[in-house]
Design a protein around this ligand. Structure first.
Ligand SMILES: Cc1cc2nc3c(=O)[nH]c(=O)nc-3n(C[C@H](O)[C@H](O)[C@H](O)COP(=O)(O)OP(=O)(O)OC[C@H]3O[C@@H](n4cnc5c(N)ncnc54)[C@H](O)[C@@H]3O)c2cc1C
Length: 461
C-alpha cells in the first residue's frame, strides 16, 4: 500500500510527559488536553494567542517533542494529522478579526478565523476576499495559508498566495518573525512570505496574517450549462479559455458526479452527462456583454444553458456544486479525492486517462473540479478493504499520467502524508534535497510537523 504511515521518529513517552507538565505550568491546565483517548498518541494544546504558540514551540523544542499545527482539520492530505504523536497545536481559539482597513484594502486576522467569517466581514464593508475553498464554512485562514488554498473563484482571482501580504510566524524553539508588508508593492529581502504560503505547517506557525482585499463586485451572474458528456463540456472549457474570456469560475462535473447529486434530491435533466457552472462578475459596469459571449461560447453541443443574476436563483444553480461533497461521500464506504492539475489544453486527455486507468483496475471513480484551472478532483470510491491495492495502483497511475501530461500532483490540497511518496515523480532528487535544506534552516531538529511533504522511505517513488 502506497499511503502508509510515514516513517518518523516517535518521541519517548517520558519526553511527552515532561513537555505536558511544563506546558500545563506555563499555560494553565485548561489549555492542555491529555484525555484517556489521546494520551497514548498525542496531547493537544489549545492556543489562545501568540504567547501560547511561542511557549508551546519553546517547551517542545526543549524536550525534543514534535508539534503539529492544526486549524479546522478539513485538509485533504493529512497535514494536520500528528504523524509522530507529540503535541497538536490547535489554533481555532485564535479567531479574532484584528482589523479591516477600508482605505488600504487590508485585513489583519488571527489564524483561527473561519474563511466564511472573513468573507462576511469584508462584504459588510463593501470589500471582497476572493479565495473560496469549498470548505469555507468551516476551514480557517491559517489552514488556507498553509495549504495555499484555491477554490472556484481562483480562475479569475487567483489562489490564497495572491492575497497574503505579510505573516507573523513563530518557529520551532519560539522565535517570532514578521515577514512581508502591509503595502501593495515591496521587494525587501527574500520573499519569505511566499515561501511560507503552502508550507503545510512544516516551517513555522502563523500567529497573525495580513491579507489583501479588493472592492466587492456589484453584479454577479451564474451560468449553468448541461452537456450529454464530459468531453463536450471539457471542449467548452477549452473554447472559453482560447477566446480569452475570464469568468470568475468554471466548474465541471462528470456523469457519475451528477448521478450522486441526483440521489441527494437535486433535480438535474436526466439527459445530462456533464455540467459546467460558470460565473461572471463586475463592478460598477454592466456584465451583460461578457455574460452573452460566455453563454454563446458554452452553447455549442449543450443540452441547455441557464443564466441567473438574482441571488436566490443563482444559489439554486449552485445547489449541485454545494451538495457535491456530501453526495459523493455517501456513495461508498471509502472515498479518496485526488487533486491533480494539467495544462488546460490537456483536460480532455486527463479525463480519458483517468477513465482508462480506473477501467483497467476495475476501480469506481468520479471526477469534478476547477476545470478552468485544469485542476480536477478525481475521486476513487470503494467498499471493501480488499479493493484497496487496486485503488492504490489507480492513484499511482493517475499521478504518473498527470506528470506525463505536463501537470502537477496537487493544485490546492498540498502533499501532506498522502502524496509524499509521489514527490519524486515530479521533482528531481537534488531539488527535493534543496527544499529539505530550507526546512532545516527553519527547523533544524525536524520537530515541526514531521512526516509531511517529503518521502520517508515507505514505497517512495
Ligand atoms: C468539503 C471540502 C471541500 C474542500 N474544498 C476545497 C477547495 O475548493 N479548495 C481548496 O484549496 N481546498 C479545499 N478543501 C481542503 C481544505 O479545506 C483546505 O486545504 C483548507 O485550506 C484547510 O484548512 P483547515 O483550516 O481545515 O486546515 P487544517 O486541515 O487544520 O490544516 C491544514 C494544514 O495547515 C497547517 N496549519 C494549520 N494552521 C496553521 C498555522 N497557524 N500555521 C502554520 N500551519 C498551519 C496544518 O499543519 C496542516 O498542514 C476542501 C475540504 C473539504 C472537506
Amino acid at each position: 500500500m502506497l499511503i502508509a504511515a510515514p516513517e518518523v521518529r516517535i518521541p519517548s513517552k517520558e519526553a511527552v510527559e515532561r513537555a505536558v507538565r511544563d506546558l500545563e505550568q506555563r499555560l494553565g491546565p485548561s489549555k492542555v488536553d491529555v484525555t484517556e483517548a489521546t494520551r497514548e498518541t498525542y496531547a493537544v494544546v489549545f492556543a489562545a494567542g501568540r504567547d501560547d504558540i511561542k511557549a508551546a514551540l519553546e517547551i517542545c523544542q526543549q524536550h525534543d517533542v514534535p508539534v503539529t499545527p492544526r486549524a479546522a482539520g478539513t485538509g485533504r492530505t493529512g497535514g494536520a494529522v500528528p504523524a509522530a504523536g507529540g503535541i497538536v497545536l490547535a489554533t481555532h481559539g485564535m479567531s479574532n478579526l484584528v482589523e479591516i482597513d477600508k482605505n488600504d484594502l487590508i485585513a489583519v486576522v488571527q489564524p483561527g478565523v473561519i474563511t466564511g467569517d472573513l468573507h462576511a466581514a469584508a462584504l459588510a464593508e463593501g470589500l471582497f476576499y476572493p479565495p473560496d475553498p469549498q470548505s469555507w464554512k468551516t476551514c480557517m485562514i491559517g489552514g488556507n495559508v498553509a495549504e495555499n488554498a484555491g477554490g472556484p473563484r481562483a480562475f479569475k482571482y487567483g489562489v490564497t498566495r495572491e492575497y497574503v501580504l505579510g505573516l507573523e510566524v513563530a518557529l520551532m524553539g519560539g522565535r517570532i518573525f514578521r515577514t512581508g508588508k502591509r503595502t501593495v508593492k515591496g521587494v525587501t529581502g527574500y520573499d519569505v512570505t511566499s515561501l511560507l504560503v503552502g508550507s503545510e505547517g512544516t516551517l513555522g506557525v502563523f500567529t497573525e496574517i495580513t491579507l489583501k482585499l479588493v472592492h466587492a463586485p456589484t453584479e454577479i451572474a451564474t451560468v449553468m450549462a448541461l452537456y450529454p458528456d464530459v468531453r463536450i463540456a471539457a471542449a467548452a472549457v477549452e473554447r472559453t479559455i482560447a477566446k480569452g474570456l475570464v469568468p470568475r469560475c468554471l466548474e465541471l462535473m462528470d456523469a457519475q458526479t451528477l448521478e450522486a447529486i441526483r440521489r441527494q434530491g437535486v433535480a438535474i435533466d436526466p439527459r445530462a452527462g456533464a455540467l459546467l457552472l460558470s460565473e461572471v462578475d463586475g463592478r460598477n459596469a454592466p456584465i451583460d456583454p461578457l455574460l452573452n459571449v460566455l453563454a454563446d461560447t458554452l452553447d455549442a453541443g449543450s443540452i441547455s444553458i441557464t443564466a441567473e443574476k438574482d441571488a436566490a436563483k443563482r444559489e439554486q444553480l449552485w445547489a449541485a456544486r454545494s451538495t457535491l461533497s456530501i453526495a459523493t461521500r455517501k456513495l461508498t464506504k471509502y472515498k479518496l479525492s485526488e487533486d491533480v492539475v494539467v495544462p488546460r489544453s490537456r483536460l480532455v486527455e486527463l479525463l480519458d486517462q483517468a477513465a482508462r486507468i480506473c477501467e483497467g483496475e476495475k476501480v469506481r471513480h468520479l471526477t469534478y473540479g476547477h476545470a478552468g484551472d485544469g485542476n480536477m478532483h478525481v475521486n476513487f470510491l470503494w467498499n471493501d478493504e480488499g479493493e484497496r491495492p487496486a485503488v492504490d495502483r489507480a492513484i499511482d497511475g493517475l499521478m504518473r499520467a498527470t506528470v506525463a501530461l505536463g501537470g502537477t500532483l496537487s493544485g490546492e490540497h498540498g502533499i501532506g502524508i498522502t502524496k509524499a511518496a509521489y514527490l519524486g515523480l515530479e521533482q528531481a532528487p537534488d531539488f527535493i534535497k534543496l527544499q529539505q535544506d530550507v526546512k532545516k534552516a527553519f527547523d533544524p531538529s525536524g520537530l515541526l510537523n514531521p512526516g509531511k511533504i517529503f518521502p520517508t522511505g515507505h514505497g517512495a517513488c
